[in-house]
Ligand binder design. Structure first.
Ligand SMILES: NC(=O)c1ccc[n+]([C@@H]2O[C@H](COP(=O)([O-])OP(=O)(O)OC[C@H]3O[C@@H](n4cnc5c(N)ncnc54)[C@H](O)[C@@H]3O)[C@@H](O)[C@H]2O)c1
Ligand SMILES: [Fe+2]
Length: 381
C-alpha cells in the first residue's frame, strides 16, 4: 500500500511570523474572520497580538472564546452557531491544542452539517468537504494541531476524549511564531513541550513509521531535547527551538499515528482534566520500557538524538539510556514522576478499557491488552 503524506499548504516560522497573517488574508480574499481563542489568552493579551494586526489593517472579525482546556462537544456546537450567526467565511485559531481543535471541529461541521452531533466524528469520519478555512496560530509548543489532521474533543457525558482524524480539517496556513509562546508559564511550557517529545518518540516507533516520518521524528527529538530546558527558562533560543521542534514532530505523527502513551493519557484528561502534556510526560518512560522489545535498534537513535554517546553500548544499555534521558529531561523541567496525585484506584478498570478503545492504541509497536494497560497504570501508582 502507498504511504500518504499530508502537510499544511503554507506555513511561516520564526519571530514575527504573525505579521504575515494580513498578507495571507488579503491574498486569499477572505472577508470576515471568527477568531477562536480561549478566555485566558484573551485575558493575558495573547490573542490581542493578532487582533491588533487585524484592526490596523481594517479587517473584519468577531471573537469566539467559549473554549475550555480539553474542549467539549458543547464548545464546538455553540461555536458552529457563532460562526454561522457572524457570517464569517474563515477562522483564525489562536491558542493551544484546545483552541485549534475546537476551530477544526467547528469548521468541519460548518461544511459537513450531517456531523453536527460531533460524536459521529470520532475516529475516521467520511466527511465530504474541507472545513471552513483556518489560519492557525499556536501559542503553546506542544500539540502541533496547526499541522496535524487530528483534533480531540471531550464527550463530558461519557468521560471520553474522542480522537478525530480527518484530512479535511487541516489549517490552510500555520503561523508558528515563538513570540506567541513567550508568555507561557514554566509549568505549561514543560508540559506542552513533553507532549511534543511524546509525539516525536511515539511517532518514531509507531507501527506505521517509515523513512519519511522517521526523518521528521528524529530531528524533532534532537531539537526538543536541546531546547526544552531553555524554553522553560524563557530563552529566545529555547522558544525558537520548541516552536520548530513541536511543529516538525507534528509533520511526522499526523501522518503515521502514535501509541499507548497517548491512549493512556486521554482518559486522564477526560476524567480528571489532567493537562494533556503532564499525563503524557508521566506515562512516557514507563511505556518506553514496556515497548522496548518491539523497537529494534530505534532506541539507539533516540538516545543519540537526546545527546547520549552510545559508543560501545549493547542493546540493553542503549535502550536504558534512551529511557533514562527522557526521565532526566522530564525531571529537570519539573514533571511529577508518578500518577499518585491524579489517578483513583477505583477508576483503573474504566481507564484501562478507555485507553484500549482509544484511536491511538492500534499504532502502538507492541501488541497490548486491557490487562497489560492496567498493569502499566498500576506501576505508576
Ligand atoms: N490536534 C492534535 O493533533 C492534538 C495533539 C495533541 C493534543 N491535542 C489536544 O490539545 C489539547 C491540549 O492543548 P495544549 O496542551 O496546547 O493546551 P491548551 O490549549 O488546553 O491550553 C492550556 C492552557 O494554557 C493557556 N495558554 C495557552 N497558550 C498560552 C500562552 N502563550 N501564554 C499563557 N497561557 C497560555 C490556555 O489559556 C489554557 O488555559 C488537549 O485537548 C489535547 O488532547 C491535540
Ligand atoms: Fe499529544
Amino acid at each position: 500500500m502507498a504511504n500518504r503524506f499530508i502537510l499544511n499548504e503554507t506555513s511561516y516560522h520564526g519571530s514575527g511570523a504573525i505579521r504575515e497573517i494580513v498578507t495571507e488574508v488579503k491574498a486569499r480574499g477572505f472577508k470576515k474572520a471568527m477568531v477562536c481563542s480561549d478566555p485566558d489568552l484573551i485575558k493575558f493579551g495573547v490573542t490581542k497580538k493578532v487582533t491588533d494586526l487585524l484592526d490596523a489593517a481594517n479587517l473584519d472579525y468577531v471573537v469566539y472564546s467559549d473554549i475550555k482546556p480539553n474542549p467539549t462537544i458543547e464548545n464546538v456546537q455553540s461555536g458552529v452557531k457563532a460562526l454561522q450567526e457572524a457570517k464569517a467565511d474563515y477562522m483564525i485559531a489562536i491558542g493551544g491544542g484546545s483552541s485549534m481543535d475546537t476551530a477544526k471541529a467547528i469548521g468541519i461541521i460548518d461544511k459537513n452539517p450531517e456531523f453536527s452531533d460531533v460524536r459521529s466524528l470520532e475516529g475516521v469520519a467520511e466527511t465530504k468537504n474541507p472545513c471552513t478555512p483556518i489560519l492557525a496560530v499556536p501559542t503553546t509548543a506542544g500539540t502541533a494541531a496547526e499541522v496535524t489532521i487530528n483534533y480531540v474533543i471531550t464527550d463530558a457525558q461519557k468521560d471520553r476524549k474522542m480522537v478525530c482524524v480527518d484530512p479535511h480539517d487541516l489549517p490552510v496556513v500555520a503561523f508558528v511564531d515563538p513570540d506567541m509562546m513567550a508568555s507561557m508559564p514554566k509549568g505549561l511550557t514543560a508540559a506542552t513541550g513533553m507532549d511534543a517529545l511524546t509525539h516525536a518518540i511515539e511517532g518514531y516507533i509507531t507501527a506505521g513509521a517509515w523513512e519519511m516520518s522517521d526523518m521528521f521524528h528524529i530531528k524533532a527529538i534532537e531539537i526538543i531535547a536541546r531546547s526544552l530546558r531553555g524554553a522553560v527558562e524563557n530563552t529566545p533560543e529555547g522558544r525558537e527551538g520548541m516552536a520548530l521542534g513541536q511543529y516538525i514532530a507534528g509533520m511526522g505523527f499526523s501522518n503515521v499515528g502514535l501509541g499507548i502513551v497517548h491512549s493512556m493519557a486521554h482518559p486522564l484528561g477526560a476524567l480528571y482534566d489532567t493537562p494533556h502534556g503532564v499525563a503524557n510526560a508521566i506515562i512516557l518512560p514507563t511505556v518506553m520500557e514496556y515497548n522496548a522489545p518491539a523497537t529494534g535498534t530505534k532506541y539507539k537513535d533516540i538516545a543519540e538524538a537526546m545527546g547520549v554517546d552510545t559508543t560501545g553500548m549493547d542493546q540493553e544499555a542503549y535502550r536504558k539510556a534512551a529511557v533514562d534521558a527522557v526521565k532526566k529531561l522530564s525531571q529537570d523541567v519539573g514533571i511529577p514522576a508518578d500518577l499518585k496525585e491524579i489517578v483513583k484506584v477505583e477508576d483503573l478498570d474504566f481507564l484501562s478499557q478507555s485507553a484500549y478503545d482509544d484511536a491511538c492504541r492500534p499504532g502502538n509497536p507492541r501488541e497490548t491488552s486491557v490487562a497489560e494497560i492496567k498493569e502499566l497504570y498500576q506501576s505508576l501508582l
